[in-house]
Design a protein around this ligand. Sequence first.
Ligand code: NAD
Length: 254
Amino acid sequence: NRFDLTGRVALITGASSGLGEHFAQVLAEAGAKVVVAARRVDRLRHLAERIKSAGGDAATVAMDVTDLDSVKAAFEEAGGFFGTIDVLINNAGVARSMLFAKTQEEDWDYVVDTNLKAAWRVARAFVDQPGMAGRPGSIVNISSILGIGVGYGESLYATSKAGLIQLTRHMALELMRNNIRVNALCPGYIETEINSGYFKSERGQAYLKNNIPSKKLGTVEDLSGALLLLASDAGAFITGVALPVDGGHLLHSL
Ligand code: NAD
């Protein structure tokens, strides 16, 4: 089973909620030892306990992806749990929807620093790990269909996620010689605690009906297969791609 991750160590950023929390469980179920990272470790305790009580291995680490010292310290600490990290999921991200005409420099810095520059920061720390020379690795950058398509009021977020796809391709090209694959996973609109209220509202329902060919949101479970493919040896010949998992949302036609 080439999807099996037994013997591998995975680190997931922004793992205290939403997609990251789910990704950690999926990788643990596939056999990986997981290091879950978030700014506040107390918010990771439940997740780590859930993984352990399901028979997996999990450790928690504090990491603010916008702070290089924090990222470096987190990797040092993480290495002490299960050894070198083999699989990195760059999941931490923020959204700030606003009209272009209202955007300020501070909005730009916040979104681009967290969604784009942080992926570079964390990936550098991953590549620089002491045990990494010649060791195969896989990086999955969590982008979005907004890194490919266009959304009203999404100039900052979409630009950061498009940049992340281009960074993915360049990393894939240059890290091939290090045996590290780098891919982007581009989720469509996925139901999480944060947006489920909106999509149950009349406006949200109308959006689903008019804009998404499948007329429904994805669930975190819908991302599991693609995540495992990119993270594991099942995707050994896949690098530098941006894979949409959106139930056809990008097919929305005029
Ligand atoms: P979320 O807000 O629940 O998760 C984002 C996580 O990132 C949070 O836990 C947050 O604390 C963390 N984070 C933010 N800034 C951080 C920082 N400086 N350091 C460390 N952690 C930080 O939302 P989500 O929907 O689970 O999003 C996860 C990823 O998936 C994001 O990159 C998001 O852009 C992407 N995404 C989500 C959807 C969706 O529909 N939910 C669609 C496409 C892409």
